[in-house]
Write a protein that binds this ligand. Sequence first.
Ligand SMILES: *Cc1c(COP(=O)(O)O)cnc(C)c1O
Length: 376
Amino acid sequence: MKKNTRCVHSGSYIDPVTRGLNTPVYTSSSFEYVDMPDNMYPRYFNTPNQKAVAAKLCALEGADAGLIFSSGMAAISAVLLTYLHKGDHVVLQRDIYGGTHYLATADFNRFGIEYTMVSNRIDAIAAAIRPKTRLVYIESPSNPLLMITDIAAVAELTRTHNLVSVIDNTFATPILQNPLALGIDIVVHSGTKYIGGHSDICCGAALGSKEQIAKVAKVAANLGGSLNAQTCALIERSLKTMGLRVQRQSENAARLAAFLAQHQRIAIVNYPGLTTHPDHQLAARQMSSFGAMLSFEPAPESGGAQALLERLDLITPALSLGGVETIICAPAATSHAKLSDAERRELGISPDLLRLSVGIEDVEDLVDDLQQALAA
Ligand SMILES: *Cc1c(COP(=O)(O)O)cnc(C)c1O
């Protein structure tokens, strides 16, 4: 089956009595245990609604097993704390999600975990590996500069060194990129973004082999980041349209990137779908389309990022990403606010950088809004 068919049909549990087409919402947190094979409990990630969502995501990522969490960070922290012990070392891509970056800088040292943050170039990642390295963590496309990491090369490198490889696949979604097929061990998602897709749900996921996910599940049950049945049912519904949404969002983003790239009041556009993007060829190899995130810097004569934000009518300045509505933010003031000025400079995030999360609107309306804001 192809992706849209899997979005609609995979994973749902058909109740044998009513034959309803959707998985019923099982509200119980308590289940009878006599004669039951699993001891069902929400925090063990094994209730029917949790399993239905995990099964749909597994079908979309090509994974054998998966867990659905209460947030992206619950998934990410559970995976990292499963594999990293006191004395271990981890190599992290430098331009990862701000929250993941902060987890490392704020908490790893106090757990006795050492880390090195490096650029997403394969030689930089290779050079950072030490005898005590256990895991390599990457993200592609990255936030907010849309840099592309060579996923197959990282998988190969980690296999040679017997390390666990983890990728945050949030920006690409399981629709556009399947890292497990490229040899990565574990995929994590912030489902708060494209998986939920309507800016009304917080959730996360971790997907991989049966063996890896069983290890993660043990630690995750102790950490407690599980998700309730009602939200799982909403996610199951969201996933049915994820293919359509992401395809439209990606098409709209390509149009907006082309529009901004030719505009004289725009200095820089970062979008992997542009042939001018340094890793356009690599993105074309490992993604089926280039995604719905882009970032840009207005030229100085446009009055700066803040002025542009204030002039936009339809496109809303808002946090987060991946919803059906187009939103914009200044990463320096939002997603990367916890970093120091020096760290932001090192990452290439200027105060004038703006990040667009492109929605499903009619793209002409989005172009018009940017046009009028830039013309003012
Ligand atoms: C939002 C986000 C996260 C964190 O997810 P939460 O659901 O907010 O915990 C992780 N990675 C990426 C790329 C994100 O955009």
